[in-house]
Design a protein around this ligand. Structure first.
Ligand code: PGA
Length: 251
C-alpha cells in the first residue's frame, strides 16, 4: 500500500512574524509543482498567524509545536486546540524530545495532548525516540513500545487516520549524527508491527512514520528509499528555505 509522503519542518524557537513570512514564502515556492507529497510547517505559536497569511489557501499544512488538552482555563503558558485553529493551524506536534527531556513531559501528559488535539479535529504528529544511553543499553525497542502504547492510549482505529508518528532518536537531533538508514528502517518496521498488534493491519499500513534527527539534503534521498520511512521531521535544515526545498524535492 502506498502512503503519501509527509515532509515536516519544525522551526522550534526560531522566527519572528516577519521571518516566518519570508521562510514560508520561500518554502511555498519550492513546493509549487509538487503534488504527490504533503508539506507541514510548525512555526512558533507567535508566528502561526503570519505564516498562515503567507500560506493562504495553499495545501501546506500548518501545525502548532504543542497543544494542550483543555479548550481554555488556568493553564499558564499553554495553547489550546481552539487557539491553534484560530491561528490557521490544522495540526500539532506532541511529545517532541525537547518537551520530554527539557520540560519533563510524561507519556501520560503527551497522550492527553494527543487525545485533546484529535478531539478538536487536528492532525497529530506524535514524536518518539530513545536516548543514546537507552540505545547503548539495548533498551531502544522497550522505550519505543512504551512511548507508542502510552502515547496512543484511548485512540481509536478510526482516529489513527489523523495520527502520524515521528521516530526521532534523541542522539540524532541537532547533533549532525543521523541514524543509519538500516537503524531507521529497523525502528520504523518495529513501530509499524506494533501498530498492527495494537490495532489491525490496515491501520498499520496507512500510518505514516516520519524519521527525524539531522535530516538534510545530503541524506534525505537514502532515508526516503526505505520501505517504512514515509517522510521526515526536520529541525535545523527546515530554517533554510533552500535546504528545506531540496528536502521536499527528495528523489
Ligand atoms: P534536527 O531536529 O533536524 O535539527 O536534528 C529534528 C527535530 O528535532 O525534529
Amino acid at each position: 500500500m502506498s502512503r503519501r509522503t509527509l515532509i515536516a519542518g519544525n522551526w522550534k524557537m526560531h522566527t519572528t512574524g516577519a521571518e516566518a513570512q519570508k521562510l514560508a514564502g520561500d518554502i511555498l515556492s519550492s513546493c509549487k509543482n509538487i503534488h504527490d507529497r504533503d508539506v507541514l510547517l510548525a512555526p512558533p505559536f507567535t508566528a502561526l498567524a503570519a505564516a498562515s497569511e503567507k500560506l493562504g489557501d495553499s495545501p501546506v499544512i500548518l501545525a502548532g509545536q504543542n497543544v494542550c488538552w483543555e479548550e481554555q482555563g488556568a493553564f499558564t503558558g499553554e495553547i489550546s486546540p481552539l487557539m491553534l485553529k484560530d491561528q490557521g493551524a490544522t495540526a500539532a506536534i506532541v511529545g517532541h524530545s525537547e518537551r520530554r527531556q527539557i520540560f519533563g513531559e510524561s507519556d501520560e501528559m503527551i497522550n492527553n495532548r494527543l487525545v485533546g488535539g484529535l478531539k478538536h479535529g487536528l492532525m497529530i504528529v506524535l514524536c518518539i525516540g530513545e536516548t543514546l544511553s537507552e540505545r547503548e543499553g539495548g533498551q531502544t525497542f522497550t522505550v519505543l513500545e512504551k512511548q507508542v502504547r502510552e502515547g496512543l492510549a484511548r485512540v481509536s482505529a478510526e482516529d489513527m487516520a489523523r495520527v502520524v508518528i515521528a521516530y526521532e532518536p534523541v542522539w540524532a537531533i541537532g547533533t549532525g549524527k543521523t541514524a543509519t538508514t538500516e537503524q531507521a528502517q529497523e525502528a520504523h518496521g518495529f513501530i509499524r508491527k506494533l501498530i498492527e498488534e495494537l490495532y489491525e493491519k490496515g491501520v498499520a499500513e496507512q500510518l505514516r512514520i516520519l524519521y527525524g534527527g539531522s535530516v538534510k539534503p545530503a541524506n534525505v534521498d537514502d532515508l526516503m528509499s526505505q520501505p517504512d520511512i514515509d517522510g521526515a521531521l526536520v529541525g535545523g535544515a527546515a530554517l533554510d528555505g533552500e535546504s528545506f526545498g531540496r528536502i521536499i524535492n527528495y528523489q
